[in-house]
Design a protein around this ligand. Structure first.
Ligand SMILES: *Cc1c(COP(=O)(O)O)cnc(C)c1O
Length: 527
């Protein structure tokens, strides 16, 4: 090695030897980043006005720099670009998406995870994190299934079985659920995972597979149907009632038809908190139908699962304890950073048919959590869920849930009382939809179709304009409702930030009224 290369290597080694406590420059950078982030989170409203094209200019260079940069330079660059123009999803007036504001204790605790960089795929790279993860799975299993102490003593740390898995989010949890359900349906001497879907169906004299969910099912189910060889066309959307809940009569009729056509039912999926309207399916009825059919019941509670913490509202999810599998997103209403979801399983054998082994990594008979996961290498996010569950406790989560649901009811009242807004989906949990409709209290001059089209255009423009202004944020979606001749564009609100007060909600409606009336006047002038 040349003298120069040796010197460079020494500098590199210095970087890896965690010299944080002895390195004044790094300490200074850390302090500066902390101050900057806190400033951002505390004061930035939602986002600064800047066009995407302008932002792309910061990130235009395609070649990786040859020479190293100072960390201070990189930190400065990030603060001026990525941080400065990030979206403050934690501000009380950001009520449009299911992104959680971070409780302050998450920041120092995240450091533990990053510094240790454990890999949950196997115990050789995670040791203490494995039982910690299994404990968190048991705690959330208990939240849903409420089994006895003996049950958890028996299964919690039994490495031959799993009461659930961690994954990166609701999408992977849903895929894993349908993967397990498909493999169980097509288990047997020659398992589907060996011979593939085509051969497995022929052997069993089936003409296809199907998954049934209400038309409000999350699009991750379509991904799962595609990946698992079920086919998106076999993800059957069942109609809903006036409150967006699956129509069980229609479901039963569909099941009869599928049986007559020799289609294998992979799963019925119930929704506990639909992404678009927050509606909750009648899970108890679904459980009875699934039991009658002898098929897998999966409940997608990615959003609504933590409602179980609330003594007042948990009855809405009655029947969830009969589901074979349940999806939960910790990065939504458990307030952990992005990238952690779970699939919980009623019994310890649900995942048996997707268990994997590989000699060099997840060994037979080992405690390796990687045996049951679609993910390979995976971070120790369980540490953060563990922390949230213990720092907030059941009481803390109950307060958060109750407050969100109360705020949603309050916002619904404000909308109903207003002159220019129409409530479209009354909240069942803490999600609701509404739209700007200045003709709410009078008969529109145009026919219904023209009027709907006009309102759709108005609401699209309103939402865009509000987002561009950057002072507050609600999201937008399109709903197909039986009461309306055309799909209607609605504004969608998710209330899960304890800092959001009634005054904030009033301010948001006032801003929307101002934008809406301005747009309407513009349209009148033009037309
Ligand atoms: C958010 C959500 C998902 C998907 O979760 P990701 O964490 O975004 O992958 C699935 N189902 C429902 C009902 C959700 O709200």
């Amino acid at each position: 090695m040349s003298k120069q290369a040796t010197a460079s290597l020494e500098r590199l080694r210095h970087i890896f030897s965690m010299p944080l406590d002895r390195n004044a420059a790094l300490l200074k950078i850390e302090a500066e980043i902390s101050t900057n982030l806190l400033e951002f989170l505390r004061h930035k409203i939602v986002a600064e006005r800047i066009e995407p094209r302008e932002l792309e200019k910061f990130f235009r260079e395609h070649s990786i720099p040859a020479a190293p940069l100072f960390v201070s330079e990189q930190a400065e660059f990030l603060l001026q670009t990525a941080v400065r123009h990030a979206v403050n999803t934690a501000t009380p007036k950001f009520i449009g998406h299911m992104t959680a504001p971070m409780p302050s204790f998450m920041l120092p605790l995240t450091k533990i995870m990053t510094a240790l960089n454990q890999n949950m795929v196997k115990t050789e790279t995670s040791k203490s994190f494995t039982p910690l993860e299994r404990q968190v799975i048991a705690m959330l299993h208990h939240l849903i299934y409420r089994r006895s102490r003996e049950f958890y003593t028996r299964w919690m740390h039994d490495s031959t079985a799993a009461l659930g898995i961690f994954c990166s989010g609701g999408t992977l949890a849903n895929i894993t659920a349908l993967w397990a359900a498909r493999n169980t349906l097509l288990a047997g001497e020659e398992a589907v995972r060996e011979i593939g879907v085509g051969t497995a169906l022929r052997q069993r004299n089936l003409h296809g597979l199907a998954v049934l969910v209400s038309r409000l099912g999350h699009y991750s189910l379509a991904k799962a149907a595609d990946l698992l060889g079920i086919g998106r066309a076999a993800l059957i959307a069942i109609e809903t009632d006036s409150r967006d809940r699956i129509n069980c009569k229609a479901l039963a009729a569909q099941l009869r038809q599928l049986r007559a056509r020799k289609i294998g039912i992979v799963a019925i999926v119930g929704i506990a908190g639909s992404t678009e309207t927050g509606s909750v399916d009648p899970l108890h009825e679904l459980a009875n139908i699934a039991a009658g059919e002898g098929c897998h019941l999966h409940v997608d509670a990615a959003w609504g699962g933590p409602t179980l913490f609330s003594a007042r509202h948990r009855h809405l999810l009655r029947g969830i304890e009969m589901a074979d599998t349940v999806t939960l997103d910790a990065h939504k209403q458990l307030y952990t950073p992005m990238g952690v979801g779970l699939l919980l399983c009623r019994t310890a054998t649900v995942l048996r048919d997707i268990e994997q082994q590989a000699a060099y990594i997840v060994r037979v008979g080992s405690r390796d959590q990687g045996k049951f996961t679609l993910d390979g290498s995976r971070p120790g996010m369980a540490l953060l869920v563990h922390s949230a569950l213990r720092v907030f406790g059941r009481k803390g989560f109950e307060l958060l849930i109750d407050y969100g649901i109360e705020q949603a009811a309050c916002f619904a009242n404000l909308i109903e009382a207003s002159e220019a807004f129409e409530l479209i989906t009354p909240p069942q949990l803490n999600v609701l939809t509404y739209r700007f409709n200045p003709c709410k209290r009078r008969t529109p001059r145009q026919d219904a179709v023209t009027h709907t089209k006009l309102l759709n255009r108005l609401n699209i423009s309103l939402q865009r304009k509000q987002r561009r202004r950057g002072a507050s944020f609600v999201s937008r979606t399109t709903l197909h409702l039986s009461a309306h001749p055309l799909p209607i564009v609605v504004l969608r609100v998710v209330l899960a930030n304890p800092l959001t007060t009634t005054a904030h909600l009033q301010e948001i409606l006032a801003e929307q009224t101002e934008i809406g009336l301005e747009l309407e006047a513009g349209l009148r002038d033009a037309g």
